[in-house]
Design a protein around this ligand. Structure first.
Ligand SMILES: Nc1nc2c(c(=O)[nH]1)N(C=O)[C@@H](CNc1ccc(C(=O)N[C@@H](CCC(=O)O)C(=O)O)cc1)CN2
Ligand SMILES: Nc1ncnc2c1ncn2[C@@H]1O[C@H](COP(=O)(O)OP(=O)(O)OP(=O)(O)O)[C@@H](O)[C@H]1O
Length: 209
C-alpha cells in the first residue's frame, strides 16, 4: 500500500485536498512511458477478465481511457470479441451526459485534445447504465475502504446511483494510487460513491464498499 505523507494529516477541506491530490497524481501519471502504459493495459485486461462477475456479464460499462489513464483499450476489445455489449461514456450536444455502444477500436475518436475517446454511435440516455452488469470506473486514487477520487467532473458520482442494485463498481488505478484507508484516506464529500473492487496491473482487491 502506498502512503502519501502530503495528505495523511491534511488540514485542508476535502474539496481542496482533492485538488492537491489530483495534481500530485496526474504529475506521476505523465511520467509513465507509452510502452509501460501499453503493458499495464494488457495486465489490467487480464486482471479484470479474471473477476467472476465480469466473466458472467453480458453488458459492461467501461470508460475509454485517455493517454495517461490506466488503459482500457485491450479490455474493451476483449469484451467486445467475447460478445459482451460495452457501453462507453458519451458527452452529447449541450454537454449532456450519456453513453454509446462500442462498435470497434476504429470507431473510438478523440473529438478534442484531452477529451476521452468516444464512439460515433447513437447517444443513449444516462439511465442506460441500468443495463450494465458491471461498471468499470476511472479513478485517480482508491483507498482500502473503497473511497474513490475521480477527475473532478462528478460524472460517476451521478451515474453510479442509476446502476442496477448489486452491480459491482470496479475502479482501475496504478499500484501507487491505492491508499491505506487508515493512514492516507482518500478525501471525500457527501456525494462521493465508493467502489466494490480496485484493479491494478498487479492485483485485484475486493473492498468493503
Ligand atoms: N477516459 C475517461 N472517460 C471519462 C471520464 C474519465 O475520467 N476518463 N469521466 C469521468 O468523470 C467522464 C468525463 N470526463 C472528462 C474528462 C476530461 C474532459 C476534457 O475535455 N478535459 C480537458 C482536457 C484536459 C487535459 O488536457 O488533460 C478539457 O476540458 O479540454 C472531458 C470529460 C466520462 N468519461
Ligand atoms: N450526485 C451529484 N449531484 C450533483 N452534483 C454532484 C454530484 N456528484 C458530484 N457532484 C458535483 O460534481 C463536482 C465534482 O465532484 P467530485 O470532485 O466528487 O468528482 P469526481 O468523483 O472526482 O469526478 P468523476 O466522477 O467525474 O470522475 C462537484 O462540484 C460536486 O459537487
Amino acid at each position: 500500500m502506498t502512503q502519501m505523507s502530503s495528505h495523511s494529516s491534511s488540514p485542508l477541506e476535502p474539496e481542496d485536498a482533492k485538488v492537491a491530490l489530483r495534481a500530485a497524481l496526474r504529475k506521476v501519471r505523465l511520467q509513465r512511458s507509452e510502452r509501460r502504459i501499453a503493458e499495464h493495459a494488457d495486465a489490467l485486461r487480464d486482471q479484470v477478465l479474471a473477476i467472476p462477475t465480469v466473466g458472467g456479464a453480458s453488458c459492461v460499462s467501461v470508460y475509454a481511457s485517455r493517454p495517461h489513464e490506466p488503459g482500457t483499450g485491450p479490455l474493451i476489445q476483449a469484451l467486445h470479441e467475447h460478445g459482451v455489449k460495452v457501453m462507453i461514456p458519451l458527452l452529447g450536444d449541450g454537454l449532456q451526459r450519456g453513453w454509446a455502444w462500442y462498435r470497434g477500436a476504429e470507431d473510438l475518436i478523440e473529438r478534442a485534445p484531452g477529451r476521452p475517446p468516444e464512439p460515433s454511435g447513437d447517444f443513449l440516455p444516462f439511465e442506460t447504465i441500468s443495463q450494465a452488469d458491471v461498471v468499470v470506473v476511472p479513478a485517480l486514487a482508491i483507498d482500502s475502504a473503497g473511497r474513490r477520487l475521480g477527475q473532478g467532473g462528478g460524472w460517476y458520482d451521478r451515474a453510479l446511483p442509476l446502476a442496477a442494485e448489486g452491480v459491482p463498481f470496479i475502479a482501475l488505478v496504478y499500484d501507487n494510487e491505492v491508499f491505506d484507508a487508515e493512514q492516507s484516506p482518500v478525501p471525500t464529500e457527501a456525494h462521493d460513491i465508493g467502489v466494490h473492487a480496485v484493479v491494478t496491473p498487479s492485483k485485484v482487491m475486493h473492498l468493503p464498499a
